[in-house]
Design a protein around this ligand. Structure first.
Ligand code: IMP
Length: 432
């Protein structure tokens, strides 16, 4: 039996929600290990629609333990709001079914503000990242800068003032530089004490819980957020998020050894999208892009922003297979391609007159690569709702087989609609 890590193999928004929900039904423990409430997904369980940004997907199912690992940056206000909304929908959230790692860094109002100040300033200079403005980057900066306030600090009110002092020395210097008013020490103390009671009951030694559960033979699902091309090291830097989104992060982001991970499932959309700024070699700023965006409902769950759309880029996904150690993919949204006469797939790039089969690391080279396309015949029949290979038109099967060949990983699951049962199972990641 394998513990499973689910990651996005493109720029996020690959349709992880449905697959993670499908897998969380089979898991005992569901763990978030990076990111914050910048990610967002929609789950449909027994006809009810739940929108999650911070809480692990296991939370909507009875009998599962949900865990927020130390690799996450945790906004206590977002937590309180999301928990209240889910509770109003009938979801039970108690310290028995949710644990938050004591060593998780907090996102405070000052992080969210700084994210916004910087994005506003960058809009004028053309260096905008297009962040979700949720304070994710600034909170991670404080974590590695060793000045973060962590969940456990909420329980240690005696030492809180000196920690806040250290944090504000840094932040107020930044704010002065950006022409914004300083933050008052007492305002941060008040912010922290106002949420402490709502967060502390969930605080725990997550590494120990996970070790016990693993030894007991429980199935653990690690739920990645965003996607590989948004990884701070392996993505399209600097147009990335501020955490490692790749599968290896599941270990340090939760406090388990790497041998605990048995299977890596890469969620892969049958075409490509991204939100925010940055390179996107196969982007289609034309009627094809409009077709994919409209048919695929490509708008952000968290920000409502329109996503940029383009053809499937096998170069990027092949690279994602390598850097994550992807064992199999869940291919999603194939039905969005229904009805196209021709479908293009990017198989390589041309860079300064030379052909290459990888995404170059430098920002300027990433901006210069030109995609080399292969053209495949489309299909007119619908693939929506297909539940077996036999239900798919021959050209659709050919497309899927070709994708597998190009990326060097097999399809483990094929999702043919947002409905959870519209899924063709080839390999159960937990059984591998
Ligand atoms: P941040 O994570 O808010 O700092 O944003 C950094 C980059 O990651 C921006 O391009 C965002 O649009 C992108 N990003 C963050 N979260 C998500 C997500 O859940 N899906 C897709 N893109 C995301």
């Amino acid at each position: 039996m394998a513990n499973v890590v689910v990651v996005g193999s493109q720029w996020g928004d690959e349709g992880k929600g449905k697959i993670v929900d499908w897998l969380s039904e089979r898991a005992d423990v569901v763990v978030r290990f990076q990111g914050g409430h910048n990610a967002g997904h929609t789950l449909v369980v027994d006809g009810k629609v739940y929108k999650l940004s911070l809480l692990p997907s296991g939370i909507v199912r009875d009998g599962k333990l949900s865990i927020i690992g130390n690799g996450v940056v945790f906004d206590p206000h977002a937590f309180v709001a999301e928990a209240a909304k889910l509770q109003a929908q009938g979801v039970t959230i108690t310290p028995d079914c949710l644990k938050i790692a004591e060593n998780t860094a907090l996102i405070l109002s000052l992080h969210r503000e700084l994210d916004g100040f910087r994005e506003d300033a960058a809009s004028n200079s053309g260096t905008k990242i297009g962040t979700t403005r949720r304070g994710i980057g600034p909170a991670y900066e404080d974590r590695v800068g060793r000045r973060a306030i962590r969940v456990m600090d909420l329980a240690d009110l005696d030492t809180l003032p000196s920690k806040v002092e250290r944090l504000l020395t840094h932040h107020n210097a930044l704010r002065r530089g950006l022409g914004h008013p300083e933050v008052e020490h007492q305002a941060v103390i008040d912010e922290l004490t106002s949420v402490a009671d709502q967060v502390l009951p969930y605080m725990d030694r997550v590494w120990k819980i996970l070790d016990d559960r693993r030894r007991a033979g429980d199935r653990i699902l690690f739920e990645g957020a965003q996607g590989t091309l948004l990884d701070v090291d392996h993505g399209t830097y600097p147009f990335v998020t501020s955490s490692n989104t790749v599968a290896g992060q599941a270990a340090p982001g939760s406090g388990m050894g790497p041998e605990a991970i048995g299977y890596v499932l890469g969620i892969t959309k049958a075409y490509t999208t991204r939100v925010g700024e940055g390179p996107f070699p196969t982007e289609q700023k034309n009627e094809i892009g409009e077709f994919l965006g409209t048919k695929g409902h490509e708008f952000g769950v968290v920000t409502g922003r329109k996503r940029r759309c383009g053809w499937f880029d096998a170069v990027l996904v092949r690279q994602a297979v390598a850097v994550n150690g992807i064992n199999g993919i869940a291919l999603t949204k194939l039905d969005v391609l229904d009805g196209l006469d021709e479908i293009k797939v990017c198989t390589g790039y041309r860079l300064d007159g030379e052909e290459i089969d990888y995404l170059p690391a430098s920002q300027s080279a990433q901006a210069r690569v030109e995609p080399i396309y292969e053209s495949l015949e489309g299909w007119k029949e619908t693939t929506k709702g297909a539940r077996s290979w036999a239900d798919l038109p021959a050209q659709a099967v050919k497309y899927v087989r070709h994708v597998e060949e190009l990326i060097g990983a097999p399809v483990a699951l094929l999702s043919t609609s947002p409905e959870r049962d519209d899924t063709i199972l080839v390999t159960d990641p937990f059984q591998d």
